[in-house]
Write a protein that binds this ligand. Structure first.
Ligand code: MN
Length: 387
């Protein structure tokens, strides 16, 4: 094997980020740069089988026991694991150089921490990891010499723009497309249906994150992530609306110079950069960026219409278990909205109420984080709201 080959694990290989990661790997000019040693999926075993045939991992993990049985019957010589313990076993591999965490929800948190403890770099595509346990994760990364490499387009843009010089920054500027309701009235937003909210103008993503983009909660969660990733106080993190989604984010240096990362919206670039950084490799062909004829516009986010953004800043500043509450209450509320049980405006109300009633734990342990998460989820799930 090539001596510069990196052993890669992919958690969540059948999801949106996972499938695009495999596209990135397939299109690298130097395919020998990465060796996929392990992969996991949730319940899409059909696609997972195709991926296993193509990438020949040594170890795989499925979401369920049934899924694992099905995979084992197809690949008798493959090591097949399942559930959270299986994910932790995949992560607990001293031969791994980098693990891409592309699972959704908080299922990726423990395996990610386990990999960090082994000094494995993390290509992070999962929001919950830093929102719920940012302090624990970043501390473990520092202690074990593991890099946390963001896959999200905004954080990737900030990492590329700052180029390691975070101590020389005045502030970071996170761009937001503004979602489908950017210029809707407050009334229209409150009365919208799930199908309207699912029409994102720029990015094709999963349902949960698309609703989070419509409420700007997604941007709020990204602010909390940026705070942890780049060790930046909240006062130095600014959010601006940029509907064209061409400037993916920017940083302002002490001398006033602003550096931004620009490109057509594509997740392939941030995924590939997380895997190859600080280097760059020739890979998937993206259309060359043409400045001619492009209009770049920017505006201030309307906190009145999108209170979730403000709430995320507040929860972030309070810290401790507050972001855990914000995240859990929001997720359950979003699923209620998707099922037509509540309106979009109720998402904000539910999260606000949960934050109000929660007694903040200052430096929560991992167990306390999971406990808080579970508690909030079950409370919000049980409450019925009449529209
Ligand atoms: Mn993003």
């Amino acid at each position: 094997m090539h001596k510069t080959t990196k052993n890669l694990a992919i958690l969540g290989s059948t999801g949106s980020i996972g499938t695009q990661t495999l596209e990135v790997l397939e299109n690298l000019d130097k395919p020998e740069l990465f060796n996929v040693v392990s992969m996991s999926c949730g319940n899409n075993t059909e696609l997972f089988i195709e991926q296993i045939k193509k990438f020949h991992p040594k170890k795989v993990c499925t979401g369920t026991f049934e899924g694992a049985k099905e995979i084992k019957s197809k690949f008798p010589n493959l090591e097949v694991l399942y559930g959270e313990d299986g994910l932790i076993e995949i992560a607990d591999d001293k031969n791994l150089d980098i693990m891409l965490t592309g699972t959704s929800g908080c299922v990726g948190l423990k395996p990610t921490l386990r990999a960090i403890e082994n000094g494995t770099d993390i290509a992070l595509a999962n929001k919950e990891t830093l929102v719920m346990a940012g302090e624990i994760v970043m501390k473990a990364a520092k202690e074990n010499g593991a890099r946390i490499l963001p896959v999200d387009s905004e954080h990737s843009a900030i990492m590329q723009s700052a180029n390691g010089n975070f101590h020389l920054l005045n502030k970071i500027i996170i761009t937001a497309s503004g979602g489908p309701f950017l210029h809707s009235t407050k009334e229209e937003i409150l009365n919208c249906k799930a199908e309207d909210a699912l029409k994102h103008p720029r990015w094709k993503m999963g349902k949960k994150i698309t609703i989070d983009s419509a409420t700007l909660m997604n941007k709020g969660l990204e602010v909390i992530e940026a705070h942890h990733l780049f060790n930046m106080p909240y006062e130095k993190i600014e959010v601006i609306i940029h509907p064209e989604s061409l400037v993916h984010s920017a940083v302002e240096f002490l001398d006033g110079s602003v550096v931004a990362q620009i490109g057509l919206p594509s997740m392939h670039i941030p995924i590939q950069y997380a895997l190859t950084c600080p280097g760059r490799e020739k890979g998937i062909k993206t259309e060359s960026f043409n400045f001619i004829g492009k209009n770049l516009t920017f505006e201030k986010p309307d906190i009145e219409k999108f209170p979730c953004l403000k709430m995320a800043y507040e929860a972030g500043k309070i810290g401790g278990s507050a972001p855990v509450v914000l995240n859990a209450a929001n997720e359950i509320a979003v699923y209620k909205f998707l099922r037509g049980e509540i309106g979009l405006g109720d998402i904000f109300k539910i999260v606000e109420k949960e934050l109000e009633h929660h007694a903040i734990i200052k430096n929560p342990t991992l167990d306390e984080i999971f406990e808080t998460d579970k508690e909030v989820r079950s409370r919000v799930s049980e409450k019925s709201i009449i529209k």
